[in-house]
Design a protein around this ligand. Structure first.
Ligand SMILES: [Zn+2]
Length: 112
């Protein structure tokens, strides 16, 4: 059974809308484990612009443009989890949580 959720990027990437409500805004500081983004072990990532939003199972994922404040590297991330749908309601991840990038934008493959 799949979760029906309406996802949009609003205001030129300033907001993520979940079910027509603005839920996540830019300027948050995320801790991201992304070896391919910069040379930092853990990226202190300032979210500057949402590029895309998608749902993977119950997890809401985004591609964001931003900057590592430790080394100054800028760029787009891979898909990053931003929150989860629980009982039909969006629950945002705590900002202190370490997020792991993973290439989950592809549809899940049912191997039987
Ligand atoms: Zn860095």
């Amino acid at each position: 059974m799949s979760v029906t959720v309406r996802l949009r990027v609003l205001d030129d990437g300033a907001w993520i809308s979940v079910n027509d409500q603005r839920k996540v805004s830019v300027s948050e500081l995320w801790r991201v484990s992304a070896a391919d983004f910069c040379s930092c072990e853990l990226v202190d990532f300032v979210v500057e612009n949402f590029q895309a939003v998608s749902v993977n199972g119950r997890t809401i994922e985004v591609i964001v443009y931003g900057q590592c404040i430790a080394c100054g590297a800028t760029g787009e991330t891979e898909w990053l989890p931003v929150g989860r749908i629980i009982d039909g309601e969006f629950t945002v991840f705590d900002q202190s949580a370490v997020r792991h990038t993973y290439e989950s934008g592809n549809p899940e493959i049912n191997s039987g």
